[in-house]
Ligand binder design. Structure first.
Ligand code: PBG
Length: 325
């Protein structure tokens, strides 16, 4: 039988494939998550994330400048306090001289408005129990008491120069609470990239090392159950109603179906976070010679874009931006 339709005609040459590609990947689509650590004398490589470092304040500035020169769309900063600076309420998160607020000031001082500086607005790096909020006497995460801490943290981060805050703790009402606190403090222009649909994922494993997390147990009373789809859409609707400026799905690769549905529904920009475990899996397979690293990285990022992400947070942001520009 003579085939009537020949899709292969549009695959004949690289130029033809380039002409008809539906999805593009540009440096501006990529956001680099970065870690700044207090009390370290030199940058420290995260053993489960080869190529990713906990930065000193100095190396943070340098690496951020390099990433911005490569064309990334933004930076997302996480703080790693010294263990002795952690406490039950995560005081370091609201201390203007806490590691994250200092790091934000340094980035804003170094880069001004040349890039979009984002801050992780969550307590888990700062609490001695490692949870994303404060605890009740019985040891459960106390939603509304945590919101009060997020409000203070948000104002401290805005005062430190963050352009966008990333509330990642999955407390109910966090976006509205932070919005009200920012507005009351005069930060109407500081927005929120809301972690709207964030799942309780095993793929966060290497991140726990990256931030020296003290968590024992899990986050299943506040992060979403991987089994659920509709719940993600409800979370997105709530965050949009509460004033989210952008919404995020996290992790990325195991949740591309969710990402597609969120992208179809959202009238604000949608981000996806290719998390630590996704980075580590590709890196480990490539180190074993089992896959072509650079090709796998680009394929994964293109797939996340194809599924509907306007913006992708990825530990490869600076490197991939360099390949793409
Ligand atoms: C919470 C937070 C986490 C990540 C980003 N923000 C950890 C968690 O929810 O357990 C994970 C990012 C990654 O794994 O790359 N502050």
């Amino acid at each position: 039988m003579y085939p009537e339709f020949r899709p292969r005609r549009l695959r004949t040459t690289p130029a033809m494939r380039r002409l008809v590609a539906e999805t593009s990947l540009e440096p501006r689509h990529l956001v680099l998550p970065m870690f700044v650590a207090d009390g370290i004398g030199a940058p420290r490589e995260i053993s489960s994330m080869p190529g990713v470092f906990q930065h000193t304040f100095d190396s943070l500035r340098a690496a951020a400048t390099t990433a911005v020169e490569a064309g990334v769309g933004g930076l997302m900063l996480f703080g790693v306090p010294r263990p002795e600076d952690k406490d039950a309420r995560g005081s370091g998160a609201t201390d203007p001289d806490g590691v994250l607020n200092r790091g934000l000031r340094d980035l804003r001082d170094e880069l001004g408005d040349a890039t979009v500086i984002m801050a992780d607005t969550c307590l888990d790096e700062f609490t001695d129990h490692g949870h994303c909020g404060v605890l009740t006497e019985s040891g459960r995460v106390d939603n509304d008491a945590t919101l009060e801490r997020y409000a203070e943290m948000a104002v401290a981060q805005a005062e430190s120069g963050a352009h966008l805050l990333g509330p990642s703790g999955m407390m109910d009402g966090q976006v509205a609470t932070i919005r009200a606190a920012l507005d009351a403090a005069g930060f109407q222009d500081v927005g929120q990239l809301a972690y709207a649909a964030k799942y309780a994922s095993a793929f966060y494993g290497p991140f726990r090392e990256a931030v020296g997390s003290s968590l024992e147990g899990d986050r299943r009373t506040y992060q979403q159950d991987p089994a659920n789809r509709r719940e993600a859409l409800r979370e997105v609707d709530l965050d949009l109603a509460e004033g989210a400026d952008l919404v995020m799905v996290k992790p990325a690769m195991s949740y591309l179906d969710i990402l597609r549905e969120v992208a179809d529904r959202s009238d604000v920009p949608v981000a996806a976070y290719q998390i630590s475990g996704e980075y580590s899996m590709i890196t480990a397979a490539a180190q074993n010679g089992w896959i072509d690293r650079d090709a796998a990285v680009l394929e994964s990022l293109t797939s996340i874009r194809r599924a509907g992400a306007d913006i992708v947070l990825t530990y490869w942001a600076a490197e991939a931006a360099g390949w793409l520009s």
